[in-house]
Design a protein around this ligand. Structure first.
Ligand code: PHE
Length: 451
């Protein structure tokens, strides 16, 4: 076959470089900030179980497909989908999937950057010893005062966006690979330290029970769990497709994806194990919402020996984790501007960054001046998050599964995936063709039944 396209934006230097970059995209605020708070809001155990289940039978197979599409197309998601649709003799409207992905990326990054800005501000609070000796209530007040100040949130959101644009404008290869190489292991170690501390907090057993004991869940909770499986693996909006387009031909997609998804899940569970014991030890409400980690972990940092050091380090690593995810959120848009509109990378990064920055102002305000503007009890931030993570990403994933399973040539897919074990390939094929699409539809339909 005479294909073997190459991406004009570069290529990863090795399989590990891809694992680190995709891992950098996957591991982020989703694992450490979002997973604990939505688990808290949705009752714990059963929610975690549904999340793990959707990761394994829906998200991992789709992640493999998304990487595969990217590697075969070797361009930004819009052009990749147009090209692959042409190759498969399918409608060129499949390119719309790439468009929807870019839109989702802008919307997600607009609030993601604001929350990452909280973490950035907390680096300085921790370093200055703000939390030393504070009670749970006082820590809560610090958080309330922080999000209540729109100017401050805007400032940190701006810093975060500038940081993101700086890396994206230089291209994924320089910078990103290096940053993730030491950040991921460090984050991991620090989480272990925090879990160790949580074990001694007096709330460990209750924390474990909350995370793993069956609990009540409704169709809405199931949707949130599934949406989070997509969000946490950066699926369904083209980021992973983009990173797949930089992947070498000889890399095993299946093994690589399983490694990344495994790491990502482990980080989320560790974050849960570090946070929930504290929640119970200090009698805080598990369903406190987006402020959960900002209202719990600082209590621990304020009380433990060396807390200012560990606290600073933790928030630095959280910022890094968020940064590497933020980069992947606008990479598809930037690559597309470069490919189709002749933008220089720098200009593309600025254009995409400024657009996102402007959108982010809505999230900044939704925690203070617009706090009372709600729809079905949801603030602007809640709506953005719901729309993107729970609707747009699963729909993107559905499109990936349907395109791969029903439109592409079976032979092309088999060659591109190159799973050695025939039975494993059949299993993946079955999951992508039937289980993933049907699963996503059932979760959506279930929800419609409620309203
Ligand atoms: N996966 C990232 C996280 O968990 C968020 C993200 C979503 C990144 C979608 C890219 C695309 O924080």
């Amino acid at each position: 076959m005479t294909r073997r396209r190459k991406s004009i934006h570069g290529q990863w230097s090795s399989r590990w470089a891809f694992i680190l970059a995709a891992g950098g995209s996957a591991v982020g605020l989703g694992n450490i900030w979002k997973f604990p708070y939505i688990t808290g809001q949705n009752g714990g155990g059963t929610f975690v179980l549904v999340y793990l289940l959707t990761i394994s039978v829906i998200a991992i197979p789709i992640m493999m497909a998304e990487v595969m599409l990217g590697r075969r197309g070797r361009q930004s998601p819009i052009n990749t989908m147009r090209e692959l649709a042409r190759e498969a003799g399918a409608s060129r409207w499949w390119a719309l999937m790439g468009v929807a992905g870019i839109l989702a990326g802008f919307l997600i990054l607009s609030y993601y950057s604001v929350i990452a800005g909280w973490a950035l501000a907390y680096v300085f609070k921790a370093a200055w010893g703000t939390f030393t000796g504070l009670s749970g209530e006082e820590v809560g007040r610090v958080f309330g005062a922080h999000v209540g100040d729109a100017g401050l949130l805007l400032f940190w959101h701006t810093v975060m966006m500038v940081m993101t644009m700086a890396v994206v404008s230089r291209g994924v290869k320089s910078g990103l690979e290096q940053a993730v190489r030491w950040m991921m292991p460090a984050l991991f170690m620090l989480l272990l330290v925090l879990v160790g501390y949580a074990m001694s907090s007096g709330g460990f057993v209750r924390g474990i029970e909350f995370l793993f004991r069956p609990s009540a869940i409704g169709p809405a909770g199931v949707l949130v769990a599934m949406g989070h499986a997509f969000f946490t693996l950066s699926l369904g909006m083209g980021a992973i497709m983009m990173y797949g387009s930089y992947l070498r031909e000889d890399t095993s997609i299946a093994k690589t994806v399983i490694t990344v998804a495994g790491l990502d899940t482990l980080v989320a569970l560790l974050a849960g194990l570090a946070i929930f014991p504290l929640v119970f030890a200090y009698d805080l409400p598990p369903g406190a919402g987006p402020g959960l980690i900002f209202a719990t972990l600082p209590i621990a940092f304020g009380a433990m020996p060396g807390g200012a050091f560990f606290g600073t380090l933790f928030f630095v690593l959280l910022v890094f984790a968020a940064w590497t995810s933020a980069i992947s959120l606008i990479e598809p848009a930037v690559a597309w501007l470069v490919e189709n509109h002749g933008f220089r990378r720098l200009h593309a990064a600025i254009a995409a960054g400024v657009t996102t920055w402007l959108l982010g102002i809505a999230t900044v305000l939704s925690f203070n001046r617009w706090e009372s503007y709600t729809l079905f009890g949801k603030t602007v931030f809640d709506i953005l998050d719901f729309l993107t993570a729970n609707i747009m990403l699963p729909l993107g994933g559905l499109a990936i599964a349907v395109f791969t399973g029903w439109f592409m040539s079976r032979k092309v897919v088999r060659n591109e995936m190159a799973i050695e074990d025939r039975r494993l390939h059949e299993l993946w094929w079955f999951l992508i063709r039937y289980v993933a699409p049907v699963g996503i539809l059932i979760v959506f339909l279930n929800l419609l039944g409620v309203y």
